[in-house]
Design a protein around this ligand. Structure first.
Ligand code: AHG
Ligand code: MN
Ligand code: MN
Length: 334
């Protein structure tokens, strides 16, 4: 922590003035996420001691088995945001549809919607490997004073006002951006306070780590296959090192600190890959770009894609700028 004593709470207040027309609403919202993160962190840390491991027996709208911690994290985030009446709408990877917050007493005056992946990397829960939470915040496009509608959520990623993630790892960190760079805060669990431990995080322009599920190699597009061979060639600073945790948040976090590329391509089995544009790719793309990195679907900037549905999936190439550009070259040749 190199002597950093600034708390996340203090940082939020200090930076409130940097938002145009700030009314403090976004600050309150980030404070609520900070609280939900602590609650989920507490639950995740008890996994194995209480009956919270394993499948819940339900599947989500995308046909994936929900884990008990998926359900718990989803509930905690929704409760925290709903109780405080600071958003007008919520969309979650674990909910079939978006939720309109009926704050009748303030007549739908809130202006932000939040989209999130409450628990990312849920296949890692039962084996004590890092998981995360990802969130993305937009200003609504429908008029204040009316209930939210689908177009408030289907905005291109470049419209994001803020985005971040929490990684429940060897320590718990909250990393976020409001469009003025990326800052990382580490939780001191003894006193329940996040401290600014990683100010102004920067993605190295180059890296030596490639992260992808190579078990799916036979199903990958030709461009990705050739890029993998390029990573493995002995030349210059190659071969690169392969690291794949299987939690996007954790793989991204490591690559942002050390330099690297994360790829979840389309495959013969999944024509748009696996990751979700709204809950995973857009927020990570915003953070990556704010740190000097890059995110694309192999051809197009992620944040320029116009979403057509809430649970839309998209191929994802994200990481150090020069590495993503190189991978795109291979894609374009195929
Ligand atoms: P989630 O747990 O929210 O469904 O996300 C899992 C995602 C992502 O975190 C990870 O990088 C990827 O799925 C792993 O997929 P594979 O097991 O297919 O490699
Ligand atoms: Mn996820
Ligand atoms: Mn998830």
């Amino acid at each position: 922590m190199s002597g950093n004593t600034k708390t996340l709470g203090e940082f939020i207040i200090e930076n409130q003035a940097s938002f145009k027309y700030s009314t403090g609403e976004l600050s309150k919202l980030i404070n609520a996420i900070r609280l939900a993160a602590k609650v989920v962190n507490h639950e995740v840390n008890k996994a194995g001691l209480v009956d919270i491991l394993g499948a819940s027996g339900e599947t989500n709208v995308q046909g994936e088995d929900q884990q008990k911690l998926d359900v718990m994290a989803n509930k905690k985030f929704i409760q925290t945001l709903t109780n405080r009446e600071i958003v007008c709408g919520i969309a979650s990877e674990e909910e079939d549809d978006f939720i309109s917050i009926n704050s009748l007493d303030n007549n739908h005056q809130n202006k932000y919607v939040v989209l999130f992946d409450p628990l990312d990397g849920s296949s890692n829960i039962d084996v004590n490997v890092s998981v995360g939470t990802i969130f993305s915040i937009y200003r609504r496009v429908t008029p204040i004073g009316t209930p939210v509608s689908i177009e408030d959520f289907l905005q291109p990623g470049r419209n994001q006002v803020a985005a971040g993630y929490i990684v429940y790892g060897t320590s718990t960190m909250l990393v976020y951006t409001t469009g003025h760079g990326v800052n990382g805060f580490t939780l001191n669990p003894a006193i329940g306070t996040f401290y600014l431990s990683h100010p102004d995080m920067r993605y190295p322009e180059d890296g030596k780590i490639y992260s992808m599920n190579e078990g799916n190699y036979v199903h990958f597009p030709e461009g990705v296959k050739r890029y993998i061979k390029y990573c493995q060639q002995e030349e210059g600073d190659r071969p690169y090192t392969s690291r794949y945790i299987g939690s996007l948040v954790s793989d991204f976090h490591r690559n942002m600190i050390k330099g690297g590329i994360y790829i979840y391509p389309k495959s013969n089995a999944a024509e748009n890959g696996k990751l979700r544009l709204l809950y995973e790719c857009n927020p990570m793309a915003f953070i990556a770009e704010q740190a000097g990195g890059k995110a694309s679907d192999g051809f197009t900037r992620i944040m320029d894609i116009a979403p057509t549905e809430l649970h839309q999936r998209v191929p994802f190439f994200c990481g150090s700028r020069n590495m993503v550009t190189k991978a795109e070259e291979f894609m374009q040749q195929s």
